[in-house]
Design a protein. Structure first.
Lengths: 310, 217
């Protein structure tokens, strides 16, 4: 079964598609079969970033049942071993998926014959984004160093956490707690998901342990994109620390991705950044993140590499 | 994971129970850089009330651990409640050497802010009146201002960035090690401004006193 990464994060423009595309290329370069799935339903553009136009097949063929197996809708990209399933030909109303359709997509993704699957999600905290995020093995949350972006990322993390929490409460029949939660959230009283965990702990300490263990299975990875020199380089580590301290899930900061003006050029050229500009600090940062995700050794900064060549 | 309210002071700062004063200060700075009111991390995570609760707890932890007597009492309490193993407590807390670039820490601004707030909260009117009524103002008077607020000379350094040795010389009227008058005036001005007393009176009174000491010795 494929190992699934979901790339999400609350704020638009933080670089989710950029990270997905480049991560896909980096993983494929490790010699693995990788499938990129554009799940930014209703606003797909991952194929453009990969330099592909006029795609004949995509997620729409799977949704309208003209193709039974999702893997048949994958299209090869310019990078060997890297495929893309685009949602560009889907209906303009595809963002309002029925629950059953969503479950069908998730089940099909789990059965894709690949080593890695990278899901590119849309911004915001709607159920589509949350459920696809939760369907992955590892969820990557991308943010930039602005307070607005950090804020939305924290909201996103809290929303994912709450959705997971509700799933657990339902599945393990925490009936009273689940009702309480439902009642509270309808009222808009729930300040943070932590309140729910605390209330379960008070009312049912025995099963609170189960809840904690289930929540612990949830793994978040954090990526700080558009990192600039003047920013405290430990910002990501600090966020990781606070998350680990105040949530029951596991958080890992994967690293800073240096800001680079040429990212703009690569998108204009409709080419993947790491392919167009492989010898830049940004590309090395992306490579290091990919290596960290797959457990390979992290390499030295790009500057040293280029210096060695000169 | 344990809840923040359940962590003991050492766990809040993620330091060992035998941490030195220096380590405690560093850890305090680090904590403020995460939970301080200016931090973007804290801003996104917590509501204002939650953030205040956490900060109060950090302040309480710091003021306890930095004070040798209070710290000893706190350690005893932890042992009594069986929250720590008494055998892990060593008698002497070694002072470790200061790492060279340790002051390049982002917590500096946050620490300065809390110190300024502490000074603001304190009612210094009486002390100020006594000092300003004097014709000659000695270093002892300035020291008294500081001690009434209950802050250390290192804290003054955090706010004013005047080195500790100069601050000590000012407070002890040690004219041998004091900087030239041009600089001294500015240092005194910074000192006075911090405690919100008239800088002109302080400078004039202090220099007058200094000349007097020089003349008599």
């Amino acid at each position: 079964m494929a190992h699934i990464f979901a790339v999400g994060g609350g704020k638009g423009g933080s670089g989710k598609s950029f990270i997905s595309a480049n991560l896909g290329v980096m993983l494929a370069r490790q010699g693995k079969t990788v499938v990129l799935v554009d799940l930014d339903l209703g606003a797909p553009n991952l194929h453009t970033m990969m330099g592909l136009n006029n795609l004949k097949t995509g997620l729409n063929n799977f949704l309208n049942k003209s193709v039974k197996n999702l893997s048949l809708t994958a299209v090869p990209t310019k990078t060997p071993h890297l495929y893309i399933i685009s949602s560009t030909r889907c209906s303009l109303e595809v963002c309002n998926l029925f629950y059953e359709q969503k479950q069908k997509i998730i089940r099909a993704i789990w059965q894709l014959p690949a080593d890695y699957v990278v899901l590119d999600l849309g911004a915001g905290t709607n159920y589509n984004a949350l459920d696809f995020f939760l369907a992955s093995h590892q969820g990557l949350s991308v943010f930039t160093p602005e307070p607005t972006s950090i804020q939305n990322t924290v909201e996103f993390i809290k929303a994912v956490y709450l959705r997971k929490l509700k799933h657990i409460l339902k599945r393990h029949a925490f009936s009273t707690a689940a009702k309480e939660v439902k009642y509270e959230s309808d009222d808009g009283v729930v300040r943070s998901p932590l309140d729910i965990v605390n209330s379960v702990m008070r009312s049912d300490p025995a099963r609170a342990r189960l809840l904690q263990e289930e929540l612990k299975k949830l793994k978040f990875k954090l990526i700080l994109n558009q990192y600039r020199k003047q920013i405290d380089e430990t910002l990501g580590n600090r966020i990781e620390k606070v998350c680990n301290r105040h949530f029951y899930s596991q958080f890992q900061f994967l690293g800073n991705i240096a800001y680079n003006e040429r990212v703009f050029d690569s998108i204009i050229a409709r080419n993947v950044f790491v392919a167009k500009y492989p010898y830049t600090p940004t590309s090395t940062d992306l490579k290091n993140v990919a290596n960290k995700l797959t457990g390979n050794n992290v390499q030295a900064p790009a500057l040293k590499e280029t210096n060695a060549k000169v | 994971m344990r809840k923040f309210e359940e962590l003991n002071y050492y766990e809040i700062f993620e330091i060992s129970i035998n941490a030195s004063t220096f380590e405690i200060r560093q850890a305090y700075k680090e904590a403020l850089s995460i939970y301080g009111s200016d931090s973007p991390v804290s801003y996104s995570f917590f509501t204002e009330e939650e953030s205040k609760e956490i900060l109060d707890r950090i302040e309480e932890a710091f003021s306890t651990l930095i004070d040798q007597e209070k710290r000893a009492l706190y350690d005893k309490m932890l042992v009594r409640e069986k929250r720590i193993d008494p055998s892990s407590l060593t008698e002497k807390r070694e002072k470790v050497p200061t790492p060279l670039f340790s002051y390049k820490n982002a917590g500096g601004a946050a620490i300065a802010k809390t110190i300024k707030e502490r000074i603001k909260d304190k009612d210094l009117k009486k002390t100020k009146e006594v000092i300003l009524s004097k014709d000659m103002i000695s270093g002892d008077d300035l020291k008294q201002l500081r001690q009434t607020v209950g802050i250390e000379i290192e804290d003054l350094f955090e706010v004013t960035r005047i080195t500790v040795s100069i601050l000590e010389a000012i407070e002890n009227d040690n004219f041998g090690t004091l900087p030239p008058t041009v600089y001294l005036r500015n240092f005194l001005k910074a000192y006075a401004k911090l405690f919100e007393v008239d800088p002109k009176k302080i400078i004039d009174g202090y220099l007058k006193n200094l000349n007097h000491i020089k003349a008599t010795s």
